[in-house]
Design a binder for this molecule. Sequence first.
Ligand SMILES: C[S@@+](CC[C@H](N)C(=O)[O-])C[C@H]1O[C@@H](n2cnc3c(N)ncnc32)[C@H](O)[C@@H]1O
Ligand code: SF4
Length: 368
Amino acid sequence: MSRIPREVQLGRRLLGHWAKRADDARIDVIKLKLFITKRCNLDCVHCGIGGAGFDGADELSSAEVLALWAANPRLQMLSLSGGEPFLRDDLCEVALAAARLPKLMALSVNTNGWYSDAVLDLARRVGPAMGRAKLYLAISSDGPPEAHARVRRSEDSWARKEDTLARLRAAAIPNVVIRHNVNVNRWNLDEVVPYIEANEARGEACFVSMYSASRHYSHGAGHHRELRAFREELSQQQALLRRLQDRPGFLPNRFLVLAEDFYETVEREQPVPCFSLRASLIVEHDGMVRPCINFPVDLGRVQEHGFDLEAIASGPKANTLRETIREERCPICWTPNEAFVTMMCNLPNPDVWKDPRQALVRLGRLKG
Ligand SMILES: C[S@@+](CC[C@H](N)C(=O)[O-])C[C@H]1O[C@@H](n2cnc3c(N)ncnc32)[C@H](O)[C@@H]1O
Ligand code: SF4
């Protein structure tokens, strides 16, 4: 009998039904992940961005980021990542402007937690401006101290991010939600699951991602070799995956059950249909639009298209790519892509369920 729970099977069928419809009128970009910088103060072992030596010369300017918000008022979920976003001096300014997007429900900022003062300053200024929406501060946590230092390749990284977390907890700022972003990889595999369980036992949510290799992370052949070895190791770690999926909580953990199938099978299929270029996409630091981090094909820079994401997602190249995704000829990830995971991860947010219509809009089943 399949171990995939009934609600996940049902969700998979419903999403499949919607995603397979050849109806490009349904393009409705509600989720954007903007890599606002590729500069970074660390050089983590699982990520090639820090070691790539970006200098920020080709980053979108503040005015261009503000133009991006202005041209896309339908955005409901916005994630600012990098690189280390807190290296941008204007982060607070652009986050405050994002908080004013009329339909925004969730703004998340990813950080390694190094710059405690800047994180606190942003939380204090942007949190209260969020209105009905929430500000998620997603702090990377890669396991207990030794595992974290191993992954982050920095002895100080643990103490710095713990200090940031402690200050955020103590400040208890309205609309600010603290969240641990935990990447499961070869360098923390032995320690990471008990660490996640301990955090959640204390009431702090962990959003789990799995190691991937991609041009987005400036990865080279070495990282792709690591990925093959990681997949091999995970396929032997069913008990570990089951502990992840059996954690208390709603959809995100339940969907981890799909990872089991995914890592066991050589001829992989998309676990659930992917919404990239329909409901979500990513914008790189230089304005380049791509479907997701795992399928880094260039669709043109926002600056060349009046910053209008839906115009880019409706263009001829995007139409072809959407077909490629529908036919599962993209790289395929264990959940359709990171953006989809983020959407699913927002579903347990009680604010979404206060308004079921909004929840359906977020799932792309209704027009806003
Ligand atoms: C690229 S970082 C950018 C934000 C910030 N610098 C940080 O470390 O949180 C965003 C997230 O991607 C994760 N990440 C890095 N390399 C990865 C990889 N190869 N596969 C999957 N996730 C990765 C990090 O652990 C982090 O949680
Ligand atoms: S994971 Fe974050 S902190 Fe580490 S190198 Fe990548 S961008 Fe920098």
